[in-house]
Ligand binder design. Sequence first.
Ligand code: IPE
Ligand code: IPE
Ligand code: MG
Length: 263
Amino acid sequence: MLADFADVIESGSRDEALLARIAWDRLPRHVGIIMDGNGRWAAQRGQPRIAGHRAGVEAVRAAVDTGARLGLGALTLYAFSTENWKRPRLEVDALMRMLKRYLRLELEEISRQHIRFQTIGRTAALERSVQREIAHAVEQTSANRGMVLNVALNYGGRAEIVDACRAAIRRLQREGRAPEEITEEEIARELYTHGLPELDLLVRTSGELRISNFLLWQAAYSEIYVTDVLWPDFRRVHLLEAVVEYQRRDRRFGGLQLVANAK
Ligand code: IPE
Ligand code: IPE
Ligand code: MG
């Protein structure tokens, strides 16, 4: 609601103008963000890539805060892909350290905003200390009933579909059923995102026009919004711009009639 921004919006600002245009009954239920461009942001400043990741944490804060104030059902942030292990060890270690630090520093604020923290991805393959920090944050926020902050870690859309198929096949075998009986709903029920609202809006920063293995199944009918803004520069105004643009789109889901872009 507009009132949820009262303490942070300056009168006459672009934020205020964008907020005035938002249709509060048609918000995207679930927004996913491919947070890209940290390396380029750093390169533009002659700094190491890690400096870009560090600066990106401020953008994460802004996106989480704005998502919670908007009242999104869920915000999924793509933080580390199954392919990101190809990066130098030092960079991977720095990303993991920053994740732990973020969770430690932000837990109080996350709880204050009634946010429920969770992750998707093969987190069992992450370092033990990272797993411990995640488990702590999940547990501390499990009773919260506000926005779900869902961080994709060691996440790959293909890996997710493989994991879902394995689980569905196991269930099939247990129940002695034929493969033909498997439905889309049964696969969807085994996805990491089970229980979260439909992915209505997929945002990618830094201008790249690709999905990079993010939420492949869930993005089937998502609206895609790409901005040239590099992730460390992403702020409230950019998420509001994405939501306003989302609300201008005609969604059809393969039919001929327009469908209101959120329930
Ligand atoms: C996104 O920024 C952060 C992660 C993938 C973890 P990049 O590190 O991919 O930045 P660019 O794409 O090289 O600019
Ligand atoms: C996608 O960004 C992964 C995350 C944002 C975590 P990448 O920078 O890894 O993707 P590509 O390599 O440009 O496709
Ligand atoms: Mg990148």
